[in-house]
Design a protein around this ligand. Structure first.
Ligand SMILES: NC(=O)c1ccc[n+]([C@@H]2O[C@H](COP(=O)([O-])OP(=O)(O)OC[C@H]3O[C@@H](n4cnc5c(N)ncnc54)[C@H](OP(=O)(O)O)[C@@H]3O)[C@@H](O)[C@H]2O)c1
Length: 251
């Protein structure tokens, strides 16, 4: 199989939320998409729906990521890597934070993103491609209880910013999209270790939090700019959110 070099993307974290929405948006616009995540069943359903190619892999695992990248590159050139895989675990104060929660966030948000980006970078250079990260406003404004997640997102943003500097003169764009509150099915449930009430409270009374599709549209727009136009940063929030601690809630 030969891919169209101009429109082939790898989307990590594709089995749910922003990643899955990005797969839907890009495939609908004619992109060839490799959808990467760990849950095979979810990816299979997404492939059935969108025509994407599922790639079952764990980006915190070296061998798994290498095998995934090998499979993807065997099919042809890649034009974009969209790093959506990530998440928050726990919301404890620094004084009592769980080291395993912090470790897991670093492994996924920072080192996992670094690992797959490193492995696809040579191919992206060859295709005048794009590295895109979905960071977060948590990487701009830290908040109480968020130190572990915020630190990992600050790190992810710094990685993108420094990569951009290091690649000046080479034909690669680096794009950082930082969403505020996005109501996805799993993000807050995972953060609160399955506590549905705590997860629901995050969005309670907020008129129209962002949807995953809103962020996916930002991704599509940034990728579809001419190769010589690098959308360095997008910060996107619901109208009702001025900052993490300034959110309008009704009732
Ligand atoms: N929701 C928000 O309010 C919000 C706001 C700002 C930024 N973000 C960021 O946006 C990204 C997506 O968030 P979301 O709301 O869409 O969350 P989500 O629905 O929980 O999606 C996370 C995705 O990451 C995948 N993933 C987790 N561990 C993985 C691993 N080791 N290897 C490969 N894939 C892995 C998950 O799939 P598997 O479990 O199948 O592997 C899932 O598809 C994250 O980076 C998050 O930090 C979210």
């Amino acid at each position: 199989m030969t891919n169209d070099v101009t429109r082939t993307a790898v989307v990590t974290g594709a089995s749910s939320g922003i990643g899955a929405a990005t797969v839907r948006t890009l495939t609908a616009e004619g992109w060839t998409v490799f959808a990467l995540a760990r849950r095979e069943g979810k990816l299979a359903a997404l492939a059935e729906e969108t025509g994407c190619t599922p790639v079952v892999a764990d980006i915190t695992d070296e061998e798994s990521t290498s095998a995934a990248v090998e499979t993807i590159l065997a099919a042809g050139p890649v034009k974009a890597l969209v790093n959506c895989a990530g998440g928050a675990i726990g919301k404890d104060p620094v004084a009592t934070a769980n080291l395993d929660d912090w470790r897991a966030m670093y492994e996924l948000n920072v080192l996992g993103t670094l690992r797959i980006t490193q492995k696809l970078l040579p191919a992206l250079k060859e295709s005048a491609g794009t590295v895109l990260v979905i960071s977060s406003t948590a990487g701009i404004e830290p908040y109480e209880g968020g130190a572990g997640y915020c630190a990992s997102k600050f790190a992810e943003k710094v990685m993108a910013r420094v990569l951009r500097l290091e690649l000046i003169g080479e034909p690669v764009r680096v794009v950082d999209i930082a969403p505020g509150m996005v109501q996805t099915d799993e993000f807050s449930i995972k953060r609160f270790h399955g506590d549905a009430a705590k997860a629901a409270a995050v969005y309670a009374g907020v008129p129209d939090p962002l949807k995953a599709e809103d962020v996916a549209e930002c991704v599509r727009w940034a990728l579809d700019q001419p190769d010589t136009v690098d959308v360095d940063n997008i910060v996107v929030r619901p109208r009702a959110e001025g900052s993490y601690t300034k959110v309008h809630r009704e009732s």
